[in-house]
Design a protein around this ligand. Structure first.
Ligand code: SAH
Length: 264
């Protein structure tokens, strides 16, 4: 008989749970690079999950965040950072499509060492606002030092976006926008790096159009028969795109708000 032992999280500190998670992600081959490991150690995932799931925050599994979607499992975030790390450099501009909990934006801003721009686009306004609060709670000590700024917009057509075009990228800018990520965010593109957190079809070339030359996009792509795989798209210096499949996955779709709210 299999006896499930519920961990008594009260008696184990968050940092112990996090270091256990990191060592198992390391053993599993998901976390490899010292900088990525360090960033994983710095982010408190319990700030990005619903309060009722805090005791599961350091398990390697996706967790519901409401609105029929989940925060992805830590091994998927680790995989994304490892594949994108060379494109997440200080001064880079990055787009996170379907930013959900906001945790990927936090990882990205840290990879950029708080210099550059991260734009998260999410179509559920409540998630955008919650992700803003999570990021502020997670990164309050950095925000106090004014090494980066975080702004949440409830409208992708907000005129304030024009100011972001002119802003210096030091201090870094993290912008959370409520809008339809299927269109990307051409207002602030092109981006050196694009991460898509929900499954797209290969017809979504609109996102690739917003990728800068020498940039990389990572996206779960749904192919024939509903099969999904993560594809890495690389754009070379002349704008030519090549792609490689890296692993099979199961993601929620990048869809309309209406379909998502009624459960697809
Ligand atoms: N990387 C996020 C993934 C969240 S799941 C995390 O780990 O927290 C995918 C997210 O994509 C959901 O938050 C969902 O609301 C969002 N989404 C789906 N379709 C979208 C669209 N058309 N535009 C913007 N966001 C979308």
């Amino acid at each position: 008989m299999l006896i499930m032992k519920k961990r008594n999280v009260e008696n184990i500190s968050k940092s112990e749970l996090l270091s256990d998670l990191i060592s198992s992600l390391g053993k599993g081959g998901f976390l490899k690079t010292p900088k990525v490991k360090q960033i994983f150690l710095a982010v408190d995932r319990s700030k990005y999950v619903l309060p009722q799931h805090e005791d599961l925050a350091f398990d390697d599994r996706p967790l519901p965040i409401g609105y029929h979607v989940t925060i992805s499992a830590p091994h998927m975030h680790a995989t994304a950072l490892e594949y994108l790390k060379d494109h997440l450099k200080p001064g880079s501009k990055c787009l996170d499509v379907g930013s959900g909990s906001g945790i990927v934006c936090s990882y990205f801003m840290r990879m950029l060492e708080f210099s550059g721009m991260v734009v998260g686009i999410e179509h559920i306004e409540e998630l955008t606002m919650r992700s803003y609060e999570s990021i502020v709670a997670d990164l309050h000590s950095v925000l106090e030092k004014k090494t980066f700024e975080v702004t949440a917009l409830i409208n992708e057509a907000d005129p304030v976006i024009d100011d972001f075009k002119k802003k210096s990228l030091t201090p870094g800018q993290l912008l959370l926008v409520t809008g339809d990520g299927r269109k990307g965010f051409p207002q602030l593109g092109p981006f050196n790096c694009i991460h898509v957190g929900a499954a797209i079809g290969l017809e979504h070339t609109i996102l690739l159009d917003q990728l800068a030359n020498n940039g990389r996009m990572m996206a779960p792509v749904t192919g024939e028969f509903g099969h999904q795989e993560i594809i890495i798209f690389d754009k070379d210096a002349k704008g030519k795109v090549s792609q490689q499949k890296v692993l099979d996955v199961r993601y929620v779709p990048l869809t309309s708000k209406q379909k998502q709210l009624r459960g697809y």
